[in-house]
Design a protein around this ligand. Structure first.
Ligand code: NDP
Length: 283
């Protein structure tokens, strides 16, 4: 059996087209939705991510407000910038691109973003709302992963979902979202004693580890849906996920590729959150 490949590029394109219709309506009613992207320093990978988000914004009719600050920016200066964006009525969402330079406390900065503009969904209040089953703006990588499962017709309710990874931005929120949709959820991490014994029980397996091709075919239950969140560089310098794609696709029922899977969907969900935030404010 060869798995259905869930094409994140095609699905993200479709999601962005849906967002464009919402954004155009807002622009006609009042003003276009606006996203402020704050980039501190000159990390090359961050600059690439920021450019891809800005491109997607343009395609979806979302205005971007670009803030590039030098690596020498102090934490106080950055907090002032966030405060100004919190007050700006043209800005409906704020993204502070991580990583920040080492002298800036990322937690302090992220917590300063107004709840209504927290389109990454990383503030404690957004995460708390998710925990309580009343999501504000949900974290984009897990919500993109969920949409990939849902739109591919993967059954979730009553199924056993295993999430590898317990970060606050991917693993834990993904587990909460699966729980909310009535899956039975197991969370695994680096101290899990027998990882393969857990993953072999998974009808749905979310891999958010950050280890090149660590999840191998013998760890997969035949027919399972496998979502590969990982973004890694293999020894030959190529982009790859946490899953050994070529072998696992022969055993799984559904699989997301890397690149072209969760990554583009994450960007699309950021845009969807900006528009939701704008609809709440303008509406
Ligand atoms: P973190 O490093 O914060 O978390 C990784 C998790 O994996 C931790 O919980 C860790 O366990 C667990 N882990 C590490 N090694 C093992 C192991 N050998 N066995 C089992 N569990 C293990 O990473 P993130 O959650 O931020 O990101 C995970 C991956 O997803 C990365 O590759 C990242 O680049 C990618 N990513 C992709 C995005 C996208 O848009 N596609 C967006 C965000 C992230 P422990 O807690 O015990 O240390």
């Amino acid at each position: 059996m060869s798995a259905i490949i869930i094409d994140g590029v095609a699905m993200a394109k479709q999601v962005l087209a849906e967002q464009k219709a919402r954004a155009d309506k807002l622009a006609q009613q009042a003003r276009p939705p606006g996203l402020a992207v704050v980039l501190v320093g000159d990390d090359q990978a961050s600059a690439v991510y920021v450019r891809s988000k800005e491109r997607a914004c343009r395609d979806a009719g979302v205005r971007t407000f670009d803030t590039r600050l030098p690596a020498t920016t102090t934490e106080a200066e950055l907090l002032q910038k966030v405060d100004a964006l919190n007050r700006d009525p043209q800005v409906h969402g704020i993204l502070v691109q991580l990583p920040l330079p080492a002298h800036i406390n990322a937690v302090t900065v992220l917590q300063r973003i107004a709840l209504a503009k927290d389109v990454d969904g990383f503030t404690w209040r957004s995460l708390g709302a998710l925990l309580d089953g009343h999501p504000n703006l949900a974290p984009c990588t897990p919500s993109g992963s969920m949409l990939m499962l849902e739109r591919s017709g993967v059954p979730i309710a009553g199924r056993h979902a295993v999430v590898i990874g317990r970060s606050s931005i991917v693993g834990k929120p993904a587990a909460l979202m699966l729980l909310e949709r009535n899956a039975t959820v197991t969370i695994c991490h680096s101290r899990t004693t027998d990882l393969a014994a857990m993953t072999r029980q998974a009808d749905i397996l979310i891999c958010a580890i950050g280890r090149s091709r660590m999840v191998t075919a013998d760890m997969i239950k035949p027919g399972a849906a496998v979502v590969d969140v990982g973004i890694n560089r293999s020894a030959d310098g190529k982009l790859c996920g946490d899953v050994d794609f070529d072998a696992v696709r022969e055993r799984a029922g559904w699989i997301t590729p890397v690149p072209g899977g969760v990554g583009p969907m994450t960007v699309a969900m950021v845009i969807a959150n900006v528009i939701t935030a704008a609809e709440r404010t303008i509406g």
